[in-house]
Design a protein around this ligand. Structure first.
Ligand code: URA
Length: 211
């Protein structure tokens, strides 16, 4: 597994406003969207392309286009949904699958409640969207499922990661074709499993609290 923490002043600037508890939901959603587009630029650095010949108004030349099968983007519901538009803005031809996962707030274990994805992901590059890599449980479960279906290149795009979650991912996904792209690596998890300093509950900050 590879970890790439994006070091860019625009990313740091937007993340600072996202973290601020005074930022309202509408602004939070807009900033998360913009931040994901910046992260997507880094996350797609190795997206597969093939050579094509084209004719410009001046001459012939050789360029590239994205290959088939098309990349698959998988937001993890609920909070990953707030990252979808920012990602497909850079990858408009990607297909979109969905994984609904929920974390038990006492055991911190992740379980899957909805899956909408192709059965066969052989040869596919997959981009998984989940804002918070906290304990790593949700992402490990999701990424294993994608690789079980044949995905051979999986990138998790997250807004924040905790060292504890990265350790779990490195242990559970050693030797797999997984890359994590994050806007920051924070200090630690607290007793409730929240990232410190973090930004709070990403789903609640985006969509409000649902009981
Ligand atoms: N999920 C969140 O939304 N926030 C955290 O800090 C950890 C997990």
């Amino acid at each position: 597994m590879r970890l790439h923490v994006v070091d860019h002043p625009l990313v740091a600037h937007k993340l600072t406003t996202l973290r601020d508890q005074r930022t309202d939901s509408a602004t939070f959603r807009r900033l998360a969207d913009e931040l994901v587009t910046l992260l997507a630029y880094e996350a797609t650095r190795d997206v597969r392309t093939e050579q094509v010949d084209i004719v410009t108004p001046v001459s012939t030349t050789t360029g590239v286009k994205l290959t088939h099968p098309r990349p698959l983007v998988v937001p993890i519901l609920r909070a990953g949904l707030g990252m979808l538009e920012g990602m497909v803005r850079l990858l408009p031809t990607a297909e979109v699958g969905f994984l609904g996962m929920i974390r038990d707030e006492e055991t911190l274990m992740a379980s899957t409640y909805a899956t909408r994805m192709p059965e066969d992901l052989s040869g596919r590059q997959v981009y998984v969207l989940d804002p918070m890599l906290a304990t790593g449980g949700t992402l490990v479960t999701a990424l294993k499922e994608l690789m079980k279906r044949g995905a051979d290149d999986v990138t998790a795009v997250v807004l924040l990661a905790a060292p504890e979650g990265i350790q779990v991912m490195e242990r559970e996904l050693a030797g797999t074709p997984v890359t994590v792209v994050s806007a920051a690596l924070d200090e630690r998890l607290n007793e409730q499993g929240y990232i410190v300093p973090g930004l709070g509950d990403a789903g609640d900050r985006m969509y409000g609290t649902v009981g």
